[in-house]
Structure formats: structure tokens, C-alpha cells
Design a protein. Structure first.
Length: 107
């Protein structure tokens, strides 16, 4: 490999690294001065009257004003996990439960 090809390859890697950094950061909508970056925070929510806490939950946090926005995809996944119907087969609302005829026992 020639020196020119090696330099071109390094430049392409640097460009892709810069693009990845730009995707993982954006300007804060609250203060317009800070940069939002991905951090781990604790997520709090109420479920059936009980407080649920999730440590190490991904959130976008501003480095200037501290505004925090929880990651949308992570919230969607959490809602699926906390859904009481998760893991159960869907049941038609018009479907009646099965009844079985049992022979009566006479003494």
C-alpha cells in the first residue's frame, strides 16, 4: 500500500469518526448554548400506584443547563417490559371463557 493510499484511508476513518460524534451530540433546545450528549441517569415512573426506578437508563443531558431527555427508544422498550400483557397471548374481547359439563356426583 502506498503512502497516499494509507493517508486517504486514515482521512476516511477520521471523517467517519467525526460523523459518529456529531450523531451522538446535538444542541440543547432549552438553553440553545449547551450540547446534549448521552449519559446514564435514573428513570422514575409510577406503575399501578408503585414507584418504579430504573438505574443506568440512557438519557440526553445538556452540559450547560442540565436539561435531561430520556431516550425515546429506551422508553419504548421499557414500556413493553412493564406492560402487564407482555408474554400473554392476546384474547379476543368477544370470546367467552370455556365451560365444561361435569357429571354430577350423587351420594
Amino acid at each position: 500500500m502506498s503512502d497516499d493510499q494509507s493517508t486517504d484511508s486514515k482521512n476516511q476513518n477520521t471523517k467517519s469518526d467525526d460523523q459518529n460524534k456529531n450523531v451522538s451530540r446535538f444542541t440543547c433546545a432549552e438553553c440553545q448554548a449547551g450540547v446534549m450528549s448521552m449519559k446514564s441517569t435514573t428513570y422514575f415512573t409510577w406503575l399501578a400506584g408503585e414507584l418504579i426506578t430504573v438505574p443506568d437508563f440512557p438519557a440526553w443531558v445538556c452540559d450547560v443547563c442540565g436539561r435531561s431527555e430520556h431516550d425515546v427508544q429506551a422508553i419504548i422498550r421499557l414500556n413493553i417490559l412493564l406492560n402487564p400483557g407482555t408474554g400473554h397471548s392476546p384474547r379476543s374481547p368477544n370470546r367467552k371463557p370455556r365451560t365444561y359439563d361435569r357429571p354430577s356426583i350423587q351420594p
